[in-house]
Write a new protein. Structure first.
Length: 574
């Protein structure tokens, strides 16, 4: 049963992955797009080429301007009179050279469409032990970083675009302000200095414009690559199932295959092993079963890890290792409970097979103890519970006698409870017990509460006991004649009323001499078939006793109160 369920689950997972992998895109939308815009791809290519050329031209202008500035700084450095000024000019030249390198890299990236940083990256050859953890976690972080690369790049480009747009008005206003000062002064030296400063800000403006153009071009290119949600999901799933998904599926298949194969061998061992078939040496059988279960799970997990290792998928292998490490680290806190479960599985625990245990206020017989153990109560409808192994750890079982009852009554029995409820049991399950009362009403008790009512089962037989008193004037015949006559009349009347076949025994005996009457005790035993007439019989017997008193002239006494008064004290002589 479990094998078939596992096969169905595996088939569902594989079918889902295959459907997602083969799921086509929205055909209608694609067909409509092809029909309405047959030259859309050509137009997009033309636009991209034009934008790229414009951006490259702007970068070239910026590169020329920066190169001219570098030449000017070289001349200024040669003409510098002091060392401090020369150092300051060299620093400025280095900044311009670094900026020129950035422009060259941008020019090359746009012209070739190649990410130069990724192209020039070399594998790290540092094998220091302090970085081993980074080597293990690196592929995982790289995968996560790769999944979020595109939105992070778009956000970065938007931030740079906003940065350049904020500073562009400043770079545009500064030359205008300098030009206003130049127009108002006639000092040639000051005008020359202001002209140089104005040219510097014009170069900065051109630099900002070129860098803004580069960022906008890269941003537009990233945004044009944006796909619909369905296409992105399909692309992601295709890529996943072609690489990691395939490895994960093969690993899962290996785990399921080894697990089912070892379980199949376990069943064969149970069938052919003479120790298992004889039923003897239960301790060794349970130890073998527990060891085999541990070996089965370890073998299945080892097969899954081996598939990942052979396929070279270090990301999934690292994730599996982290998961197993977390499970092992958590398991160290539950080692005592695990040991208790091992003792239960080997039948050395507090609950043992074929013993009696109380669970939820009801008695149960313990079946074979496994990862899921069945508890049974033969007297209850649906009286089978399946408990996980951890639920048994807090229970205690004991050996039982074959004659011990598993429930005080059965279905269709008549019972009377401590709360004086009297009725017929029509349902008793592990949860509820329902009674059918006279008149057709039904009363329901939770099963544990029903047991707390101490039910008396009338269907197995019952006794009615009645104390009946006669007057003291019949004292002479109260011990023999009256009990005999009353007994004969009770038997005769009960037979006449149709209760003779259920009357097992009836006796009338002298009980005691009471304060105001001579008490007789009527003892009437009935079989379980008389249980439905319990209330009628409990009323019929007193009625027959009164009829006997009327027939034989026996006086029924009533409680008398006698007042005793003290004699008055004699008067003293005056």
């Amino acid at each position: 049963m479990r094998t078939s369920q596992g096969n169905r689950i595996l088939l569902m997972v594989l079918c889902l992955g295959l459907c997602l992998f083969l799921l086509p895109g929205p055909k209608n939308a694609r067909a409509e797009s092809k029909e309405s815009k047959p030259n859309a791809a050509i137009e997009r290519t033309h636009r991209d080429t034009t934008a790229a050329l414009n951006t490259l031209s702007a970068i070239l202008r910026s590169m020329d301007a920066v190169q001219n500035q570098i030449k000017d700084k070289d001349k200024e450095s040669q003409a510098a009179q002091t060392q401090n000024k020369k150092i300051r000019i060299e620093n400025q030249r280095n900044e311009l050279a670094a900026h020129l390198d950035v422009l060259r890299k941008n020019f090359e990236e746009i012209a070739t469409g190649v990410d130069m940083e990724a192209f020039a990256a070399r594998p790290r050859e540092d094998f220091e032990w302090t970085k081993e953890v980074q080597d293990i976690l690196g592929p995982i972080l790289h995968e996560i970083k790769g999944m979020t690369a595109r939105p992070r790049e778009i956000e970065k480009l938007r931030s740079e675009e906003a940065y350049f747009k904020e500073r562009l008005p400043i770079a545009e206003n500064a030359p205008q302000a300098i030009q206003g000062l130049m127009d108002k002064t006639k000092d040639q030296k000051l005008q020359a200095r202001l002209a140089g400063l104005r040219q510097t800000w014009l170069d900065r403006k051109q630099e900002l414009l070129s860098r803004l153009a580069v960022v906008q071009y890269q941003l537009d290119k990233k945004l044009q690559e944006k796909k619909s949600l369905v296409e992105s999901a399909q692309s992601l799933l295709r890529g996943f199932f072609k690489t990691r998904g395939k490895n994960l599926a093969l690993s899962f298949l290996a785990l399921v295959f080894v697990l089912l194969l070892l379980r199949f061998f376990h069943r064969i061992i149970h069938k052919i092993s003479p120790i298992h078939k004889s039923g003897k040496h239960l301790i060794y059988v349970r130890l073998f079963d527990v060891a085999y279960e541990v070996f089965t799970f370890a073998g299945a997990i080892g097969a899954a890890l081996l598939v990942l290792y052979v396929s070279g998928d270090w990301v999934l292998l690292a994730l599996a290792g982290i998961l197993l490490f977390g499970v092992a680290w958590t398991a160290r806190h539950s080692l005592p409970r695990f040991w208790d479960q091992v003792k239960l599985l080997t039948n050395f625990g507090t609950v043992r097979k074929d013993e009696r245990v109380m669970y939820n206020g009801l008695p149960w017989r313990v079946g074979p103890i496994n990862l899921f153990t069945y508890l049974k109560n033969p007297e209850l409808t649906g009286g089978t519970l399946r408990l996980p192994l951890k639920e048994l750890q807090d229970l205690r079982s004991r050996p039982f006698h074959p004659g011990e009852p598993w429930f005080p009554c059965k279905k269709d029995d008549w019972v009377i409870l401590a709360d004086e409820t009297w009725g017929k049991v029509i349902t008793q399950t592990p949860e509820v017990v329902r009674l059918l009362l006279l008149g057709g009403s039904r009363k329901t008790y939770p099963a544990p509460d029903f047991l707390q009512q101490n039910p008396t089962n009338l269907s197995t037989g019952f006794r009615l006991k009645l104390t009946f008193g006669i007057d003291y004037q019949h004292q002479a015949v109260s011990t023999r004649e009256i009990p005999k006559a009353l007994e004969e009349m009770l038997v005769s009347e009960l037979t006449r009323q149709g209760h003779g076949d259920v009357l097992a025994e009836l006796r009338v005996e002298f009980k005691e001499a009471g304060a105001s009457s001579l008490d007789l005790e009527i003892l009437a035993d009935f079989s379980g078939r008389a249980a439905p007439d319990y209330m009628r019989l409990s009323r019929a017997i007193p009625g027959i006793a009164v009829d006997a008193c009327n027939k034989y002239g026996w006086v029924i006494p009533f409680t008398q109160i006698t007042l005793h008064t003290a004699n008055p004290a004699p008067e003293k002589a005056s």
